[in-house]
Design a protein around this ligand. Structure first.
Ligand SMILES: [Zn+2]
Length: 77
């Protein structure tokens, strides 16, 4: 049995990268994930809050983390 019900995926920490795994580092890009209706909204120019945002290191080309926090997602409208 896992200790926690939360099933947050673990992301590798890029220790040899200048981003140091920091989600607010300038080289970190964000990629929004939308539901089907979310994409429809995006395509029609409506601001839809993404379902999930992935923090992507543009140097390592790997995902270093993701957030489904509502407050965080509101920044990526
Ligand atoms: Zn990196």
């Amino acid at each position: 049995m896992p200790d926690s019900l939360e099933s947050q995926p673990q992301f590798p920490r890029p220790e040899d990268c200048i981003c140091e795994g920091r989600q607010d580092h300038p080289i970190i890009d964000t990629r929004n994930s939308y539901s089907f209706w979310g994409w429809l909204g995006v395509l029609t120019g409506i601001s839809i809050r993404p379902r999930k945002v992935t923090y992507w290191c543009t140097r390592c080309n790997i995902a270093i983390g993701e957030s489904q926090d509502q407050k965080a997602l509101n920044r990526y409208l």
